[in-house]
Design a protein. Structure first.
Length: 51
């Protein structure tokens, strides 16, 4: 996947991307748990195809 380089370039610094962007929904469960959702609530959202 093509990516843009940073707008500034330092002479001795080699720019590299260490990881790809997260997939859509990749962190949904972690975020919902952090917001106080219980496992049962998250499972219900998944069953309803909300997440």
């Amino acid at each position: 996947m093509p990516r843009f380089a940073p707008p500034l370039k330092f002479s001795e610094f080699e720019f590299a991307i260490e990881r790809s962007a997260p997939r859509p929904g990749e962190h949904s469960e972690e975020i919902l748990r952090g917001a106080g959702y219980r496992t049962e609530e998250i499972d219900a959202l998944r069953a309803q195809k909300v997440i």
